[in-house]
Design a protein around this ligand. Structure first.
Ligand SMILES: [Zn+2]
Length: 73
């Protein structure tokens, strides 16, 4: 029985996932402090956009809807 002397040591240390990406706003390098953005400005911009999108509630739904009851034959 040939047993290889191998210790159960994990090869290498765990690679830490660095915050290296690109800002979704301006495509600049991500800054860890403001990730996933590059700066507070971009973070604010995104938040602003997000809020705007959230507040944009379609209100012209009622106007364009034709009541089927009105169409009598
Ligand atoms: Zn940016």
């Amino acid at each position: 029985m040939t047993k290889k002397a191998g210790s159960g040591l994990p090869s290498g240390e765990q690679a830490k996932p660095e915050a290296t990406g690109h800002c979704p706003q301006c495509d600049k390098e991500t800054v860890h402090r403001y990730r996933p953005f590059c700066s507070k400005r971009c973070a604010d911009l995104d938040l602003h956009n997000w809020l705007q999108g959230n507040y944009a509630i379609p209100t012209e739904e009622e106007d364009s809807q034709v009541p089927e009851d009105a169409v009598r034959h």
